[in-house]
Design a protein around this ligand. Structure first.
Ligand SMILES: Nc1ncnc2c1ncn2[C@@H]1O[C@H](COP(=O)(O)OP(=O)(O)OP(=O)(O)O)[C@@H](O)[C@H]1O
Length: 308
């Protein structure tokens, strides 16, 4: 199957310093792909290379098998793009703006009207008569996504679409992105971990121009995440913490509070089996035994944080 995006050794340097260093990546058609990285990691640079707005210093980038930057521009006609700071004509209404955007692609008549009405619906803006200048940031962002979809691109690129939004605005934008799953390939950059966790199938983590991880979200959690157990006891927490530390399933033991012990474990089942007996052997009461889920945040901190 042809990949939606295929980057091979993609490098972009400014003044000899790489903003993006040897990115090699395949993104499956129909997926929602999260491109995660802290400020300055190289996310916008990558998006500019995919759209053809910037030329790579080295390496190659293809969209649906077509070279970006080839003379026939075949790749670009498949791409819809929403930049990180989109511009609107504040005096237009949403339907006027979408008709205007469609006109730039040579669309007109019933085809443009149908597409406009479908996209207003998708953006939750049907029936809104206010001019864009009076919109909230979230409404503007949803309209921006609708505008980027006007010519039915197979690939939608979004640069930090949620970063300036409040929680409700973010939820609406993420719901809109999720509704495209299977229909349009979505590539979106973000530094917000929970956004990626909520909507993406696959994620790549970028740090200082280099990709430090690339996998389906569950696989990343399983590969890098370790399970944790929180134990709360009525007494003898110090002695128990030492006992736990000697077990083969324990890789780290910390003491969040006086009576609690947090253990990072390699074998959750074995730990859950042993702990109650160990607590009883020390004559303590077991107040709490809780296994913790590993979130993407821990994966991110392990991959990016540890390199700093
Ligand atoms: N036109 C340019 N000239 C010189 N350096 C640049 C240029 N564009 C980007 N850079 C540098 O490249 C690096 C990556 O920048 P980029 O904007 O791609 O990061 P980002 O991950 O999108 O960050 P942010 O979340 O802050 O937008 C940064 O160190 C930046 O200063």
């Amino acid at each position: 199957m042809t990949a939606a995006i295929r980057a091979t050794g993609l490098t972009k340097s400014y003044g000899g310093k790489p903003a993006l260093d040897s990115l090699t990546l395949d993104i499956e058609e129909g997926s929602i792909f999260g491109f995660l990285g802290p400020n300055g990691a190289g996310k916008t640079t990558t998006l500019r290379l995919i759209t053809g707005l910037a030329r790579p210093t080295r390496g190659a980038i293809q969209v649906f098998g077509n070279d970006v930057g080839a003379a026939d521009n075949a790749a670009r006609s498949e791409i819809g793009f929403l930049p990180d700071v989109p511009a609107f004509y504040g005096w237009m209404t949403a339907p006027e703006f979408l008709r205007f955007a469609g006109g730039l692609f040579g669309m007109s008549g019933a085809r443009l009207e149908d597409r406009t009405s479908m996209l207003l619906d998708l953006a939750g803006l049907s029936g809104v008569t206010t001019r864009i200048g009076g919109y909230s940031r979230g409404m503007k962002q949803r309209l921006g996504i609708a505008q980027a979809l006007i010519n039915a691109p197979r690939l939608l690129l979004l640069d930090e679409p949620t970063s300036a939004l409040d929680p409700m605005g973010r939820k609406d934008v993420l719901d809109m992105i999720a509704s495209l799953r299977g229909r349009t390939t979505v590539f979106f950059s973000t530094h917000i971990l929970s956004d990626v966790e909520r909507v993406c199938d696959t994620v790549a983590i970028l740090d200082r121009g280099r990709m430090v991880a690339h996998a389906p979200i569950d696989e990343l959690k399983a590969r890098y995440g370790k399970e944790k157990i929180l134990v709360e006891v009525t007494e003898n927490a110090d002695a128990l913490a030492e006992d736990f530390g000697e077990r083969p399933w324990a890789t780290a033991v910390t003491r969040p509070t006086q009576g609690s012990i947090e253990i990072t474990v390699t074998d959750l089942g074995a730990a859950q089996h042993d702990i109650p007996a160990m607590v009883a052997a020390r004559g303590s009461g077991l107040a709490r035994l809780e296994a913790g889920e590993v979130g993407l945040e821990e994966v991110f901190v392990e991959l990016v944080g540890s390199a700093k």
